[in-house]
Ligand binder design. Structure first.
Ligand code: NAP
Length: 465
């Protein structure tokens, strides 16, 4: 895949970038290693000062950053502005808390005595240069949620971003440089995915984090496993959204739309499967479908657009094939199911917000991730069936449940196989909460104290006297 900025709203190629050659990659790896040797010795206060400066600069350039994201991957501009603001917030969150999150831990004195020691503690030390392989869908946020904790912990970062967001990738490198981070602390590698293996195998790279598809996760983790290097994988999701009889159905239907179409439907934590109790099924389906049909599809740079184009032409083709397979096997289309017929949108990679019913396990969409504004709605008889349908997926990223019944809540927390259970709302990430999944959605956690400790050497320090 060429490394290029191509506007998904009209299919026009804006700029093509030459990938780095081997010598240029080598220079960056050497720079990362040498930066780490001094960066690891800095204090939390020194790191925090630079991280705050980066947040400040990001806020000052919010509009420019947002427009770059919208140009490269088509998210509505208002959502791009919100993404940039959220990144600045996460930078400040880690700047202010990293020292406490990584403070020495002291085991109970009786355990220290039991070990025959006089004292013992645990110290979180940085690991070294970490490679981040990142996707285009939240092109700033995915990177910052890795970079802010990694840099605050004393690691340095190397970014291999998705090939369709090179301007965003370079803007990230530029942001950290302008904030004053020493050369080599955060570098962008404009390389194709085929060049990733050599970087992982380089002995200076100590760990890899990947956010992206299952296929990419599998190949990156296989190479890292072969090299015995730590990985964190944030992969796909097909999150369930349960609506139970005690729910506020109108509120659930309204939030369901946002949960499905945010970021033009291309979010790993988007609710994708709507699993509705038969008592409230008709009410939910009709309110949800009406709202999905009423969304404004159009130019993502125009204010007031709800849903822009898909980020890549291939992404739209994949979605069309998935919907076609479902219809071919008997699914019904409650709305959408096609490209918009507005001639002004004909050159972009648009797809109408779509609601499918009558989905069965024979259909690919039942088990695969629909990465676009396509919802499947299931009717279930009771909570047992709701949980069974929710768990009938290879993924396990997050889940959403609408209920006011305490017994339902407990049951869902106990039985839903996912890295999150969000009640009466939709899944959203926040710096304070761990983020990640189980099963095919990956392993490891980002954000919170769990995220910053993923790339630390958890060191036991013990003294006999
Ligand atoms: P992708 O094709 O897997 O790409 C992600 C990154 O991996 C890109 O930088 C890509 O580079 C690289 N890559 C792809 N194949 C690779 C390989 N064999 N070896 C090394 N690197 C490789 O995913 P995407 O289409 O951009 O993103 C969509 C997927 O990401 C969805 O499944 C979504 O659910 C998931 N996602 C998960 C989370 C989460 O937190 N769990 C968040 C966002 C997205 P190139 O662009 O150069 O191919």
């Amino acid at each position: 895949m060429a490394i290029a900025t191509i506007n998904p709203a009209d299919g026009r190629t804006v700029e093509v970038f030459d990938p780095l050659d081997e010598a240029a990659v080598e220079r960056r790896l050497a720079r990362a290693q040498s930066a780490f040797e001094s960066w690891r010795l800095t204090t939390f206060a020194q790191r925090a000062e630079l991280m705050h400066r980066a947040a400040e600069l990001l806020d000052q350039t919010n509009e420019q950053v947002a427009r770059t994201m919208t140009l490269e991957m088509g998210k509505p501009l208002a959502q791009a502005r919100a993404e940039a603001a959220k990144c600045a917030k996460a930078m400040r969150w880690y700047a202010d808390r990293a020292e406490a999150l990584l403070a020495d831990e002291h085991p109970a004195q009786e355990d220290v005595r039991d070990s025959g020691g006089a004292s013992a503690y645990v110290r979180y030390r940085p690991l070294g240069p970490v490679l981040a392989v990142m996707p285009w869908n939240f092109p700033f946020w995915q990177v910052v949620r890795f970079a802010a904790p990694a840099l605050m912990a004393g690691n340095v970062g190397l970014l291999k971003h998705a090939s369709n967001v090179p301007r965003t990738a370079l803007a990230l490198e530029d942001l950290f440089a302008r904030a004053g981070f020493p050369q080599g602390c955060f570098q962008t590698l404009l390389i194709s995915s085929s060049a990733v293996e050599a970087v992982i195998r380089d002995e200076r790279v100590v760990a890899v984090t990947l956010t992206g598809s299952e296929g990419a996760g599998r190949s990156v983790a296989a190479v890292a496993g072969d090299e015995i290097k730590k990985t964190v994988l944030e992969l796909g999701g097909s999150d369930p959204f349960l609506v139970l009889p005690s729910a506020d159905v109108a509120a659930a239907a309204e939030r369901a739309v946002t949960a499905r179409v945010q970021n033009n439907g291309q979010s790993c934590i988007a609710a994708k499967r709507f699993i509705v109790h038969t008592d409230v099924y008709e009410e939910f389906l009709s309110a949800f479908t009406e709202r999905m049909r009423a969304l404004t599809v159009g130019d993502p740079a125009a204010e007031g657009t709800d849903v822009g184009p898909l980020a890549t032409e291939q992404g739209r083709t994949d979605l069309e094939v998935l919907v076609g397979d479902a219809i071919g096997h008997g699914a019904s289309v409650a709305c959408g199911g096609a490209r918009p017929d507005d001639p002004a949108l004909a050159d972009g990679w648009y797809y109408l917000p779509t609601v499918l019913t009558g989905v069965t396990p024979r259909m690919r969409i039942h088990r695969e991730e629909a990465f676009g504004p396509v919802a499947t709605v299931y009717r279930v008889a009771d909570l047992d069936e709701a949980v069974a349908v929710a768990n009938d997926s290879p993924f396990g990223l997050s889940s959403n449940v609408w209920t006011t019944d305490d017994a339902d809540r407990e049951r869902c927390v106990r039985d839903l196989r996912a890295g999150g259970v969000f009640f009466n709302g939709m899944t959203a990430s926040h710096p304070a909460f761990p983020f990640g999944g189980v099963r095919r959605s990956g392993y490891g956690r980002e954000l919170s104290g769990h995220g910053i400790r993923e790339f630390c050497n958890v060191t036991t320090v013990w003294s006999g006297s």
